[in-house]
Design a protein around this ligand. Structure first.
Ligand SMILES: Cc1cc2nc3c(=O)[nH]c(=O)nc-3n(C[C@H](O)[C@H](O)[C@H](O)COP(=O)(O)OP(=O)(O)OC[C@H]3O[C@@H](n4cnc5c(N)ncnc54)[C@H](O)[C@@H]3O)c2cc1C
Length: 379
């Protein structure tokens, strides 16, 4: 843009040590970690929307580190060591969030996490043995002999039905995703990071003076290093990374009188997840009912998924509860082929930290540390 003022060029748009593209949880935690490790760095986050718009303010607000059937599935797919590494990052991520923000500030509720399981689950007959194995693997991390405990009787106590077993993890909880992102933005800005909203990076190139970022707003940015935290939208700039977008739709009921359900709940390897929001129920998922359509970056909602979710509530929530569906939205997750979040240097001084595979609330605090460590090696 030719008519920028000298003031603008020498402040907001001046050359930066680091630019982070994408102002969701990943960009925010990484900016915070970079500043913590080197307070002299000039850092700007470029976010294309008014507020971060992808997954960070559209998720379910579960502070969870992994339900048993999901961990068992991941061990089969990724191997034990990689799975435990990711579970550890999530566990430490939740601890870090609790260390940074007051419980009230982000409405953190240590309500516990639960997985509901039915007899058609492949390992149902060996469930207790599988839980004992998992507990052994997690003992050193959680400092608990039994991270996972069978609590089948609590299905009815919590006003639910239609499940054969339930497993409790009392170390998990829920939080308010909007308040978490808002508090983190304030923390990052207080540390001296500049956040520019309404700036969409469309391509980048290397020049002798540094990396040049071109935006749809026709403003050019120059920096020494750039980290792309563009999650599901990473394919536009880096098609070779093969990030699969996955839309997650969520519904919320009206307040329900006498609601007994409290906690965060998973079913079907995490394809359904629900929690109480005060005396309302938030329920998300059912992506597996329409896989192909839901592999999209379009933030839209569909009747098919809404009907699936509404049907799930009818099947599993006590029929005495009266409610209507008051809210329905979607957010976009990014998945890698091996389900491991991706942190990589794609070119000299150009990095990506993307694809938390649907667990970024817990993962991004630690991914941010790792990204900052990697980038600082090259300063
Ligand atoms: C419905 C749903 C439920 C979920 N539930 C949970 C949960 O309960 N617990 C949990 O741990 N995780 C959950 N997740 C996953 C979690 O929200 C994400 O893993 C996490 O928010 C990812 O953060 P991010 O910063 O990597 O991505 P995002 O939050 O998607 O941020 C990426 C940002 O990049 C910006 N951007 C993209 N391209 C550009 C560009 N070219 N220029 C500038 N800016 C750009 C976007 O606008 C966006 O703000 C859920 C996700 C969804 C969708």
């Amino acid at each position: 843009m030719s008519n920028l003022s000298v003031w603008e060029k020498e402040s907001f748009y001046s050359t930066q040590d680091v630019i982070l593209v994408g102002g969701g949880l990943m960009g925010l935690w990484t900016a915070y970690e970079l500043k913590k490790k080197n307070p002299y760095l000039k850092i700007t986050i470029l976010e294309r929307n008014t507020i971060p718009l992808g997954a960070s303010t559209r998720n379910a607000g579960f502070a969870c580190f992994g339900s048993p059937t999901e961990i068992i599935h991941d061990i089969e797919q990724m191997g034990l060591d990689t799975t435990l590494e990711v579970v550890k990052m999530r566990y430490l991520g939740i601890e870090k969030i609790k260390g940074h923000f007051g419980m009230a500030q982000m409405e953190f509720d240590p309500c516990g996490g639960y997985e509901c399981i039915n007899k058609d689950y492949a390992h149902f007959d060996q469930l207790d043995e599988k839980l004992a194995e998992l507990n052994e693997h997690l003992k050193d991390l959680t400092d608990q002999d039994q991270t996972f405990v069978r609590r089948d009787a609590a299905i009815a106590e919590k006003g639910m039905m239609g499940f054969d077993a339930m497993v409790e993890n009392s170390l998990e909880g829920s939080l308010h995703s909007g308040k978490l992102v808002s508090a983190l933005i304030q923390k990052v800005q207080a540390a001296g990071v500049s956040i520019l909203n309404g700036m969409e990076v469309v391509y980048w190139e290397k020049k002798p003076q540094g990396i040049i970022l071109h935006t749809s707003q026709q403003i050019l940015f120059t920096c020494n290093q750039v980290l792309f935290c563009t999650n599901a939208y990473g394919n536009t700039l880096f098609p070779d990374l093969n990030i699969t977008p996955a839309r997650g739709q969520v519904i919320v009921t009206s307040p329900i009188e006498g609601l007994k359900l409290n906690g965060t709940f998973h079913f079907d390897e995490g394809f359904y997840y629900w929690r109480n929001l005060g005396n309302r129920i938030l329920l998300g998922g059912a992506r597996n009912a329409d896989f192909e359509t839901e592999q999209t970056t379009e933030t839209a909602v569909t009747d098919l998924i809404k009907n699936k979710l509404t049907g799930f509530l009818k099947d599993h929530i006590h029929p005495s509860y009266q409610y209507t569906i008051e809210d329905h939205w979607s957010g976009i997750m990014g998945f890698t082929e091996n389900k491991k979040p991706l942190l990589s240097q794609v070119s000299d001084n150009v990095f990506v930290a993307i694809a938390c595979n649907g667990m970024g609330v817990a993962l991004t605090p630690i991914m941010g540390e790792k990204a900052a460590e990697l980038m600082l090696l090259y300063f």
